[in-house]
Design a protein around this ligand. Structure first.
Ligand code: TMP
Length: 210
């Protein structure tokens, strides 16, 4: 498969979405053909699944249902948007991917990283990112950031307890350790400028590796 599939991961309030937007522009200016997208969502069917998953009224949602809905949304997004872009040799920057499911559903919800990986293997059918940036921020700090941001819509997962978000963080460290080869950690507690610069350098180095 040609192209380059790069994912952005991290707890709530790590700033990855903002950084992704800036990097898309920077890379485009440098002549790279870049597509940016997000999970869950990115295309119509997956955005519809996103609204079901994140609806604050869906308090009865079972953990396995949640994991399956994320995987279903992922599958459709991959087929409709990610794979066609990679086939056209583009760089795809994706805000969250399978590692979010491993950290949130596998570890924090307690479904098991291997169990959640196995349903996702069915969904992604072998397509893993070539590079994953982990935006590292202590969960308390990330949550403080998002609570200060009035424009951001609060979703069902934001309303989870601090201890859930601490588990998400631990989950990410476990997953990062398991997939050391593709994970790069960026200190997201630094200023936006520093974080963006560091992320940009990691991506350029990766692209130049061929
Ligand atoms: P966002 O806030 O980054 O748009 O992501 C929506 C929420 O969904 C966020 O709380 C993380 C969560 N999530 C999972 O729990 N599992 C997943 O597989 C993905 C992609 C997101």
């Amino acid at each position: 498969m040609a192209g380059n599939f790069i994912t952005f991961e991290g707890p709530e309030g790590a700033g990855k979405t903002t950084v992704l937007g800036i990097l898309q522009e920077e890379l485009s200016k440098k002549g790279y053909d870049v597509v940016s997208t997000r999970e869950p969502g990115g295309i119509d069917i997956s955005e519809q699944i996103r609204s079901v998953i994140l609806d604050k009224n869906n308090t009865k949602m079972d953990g396995r249902t949640e994991a399956l809905l994320y995987a279903a949304s992922r599958r459709q997004h991959l087929v409709e948007k990610v794979l066609p872009a990679l086939e056209e040799d583009k760089i795809v920057l994706c805000d969250r991917f399978v590692d979010s499911s491993l950290a949130y559903q596998g570890y924090a919800r307690g479904l098991g990283i291997d169990e959640v990986l196995s349903i996702n293997e069915f969904a992604i059918n072998g397509l893993m990112p070539s590079l994953t940036l982990f935006f590292d921020i202590q969960p308390e700090k990330g949550l403080t950031r998002i609570r200060k941001n009035d424009e951001r819509e609060v979703n069902r997962l934001d309303l989870e307890t601090l201890s859930f978000h601490q588990k998400v963080y631990e989950g990410y460290l476990t997953v990062a350790n398991r997939f050391k080869g593709r994970f790069h950690i960026v200190n997201a507690e630094n200023s936006l400028e520093t974080v963006t610069k560091e992320a940009f350098e990691i991506i350029e180095k990766h692209l130049n590796k061929g």
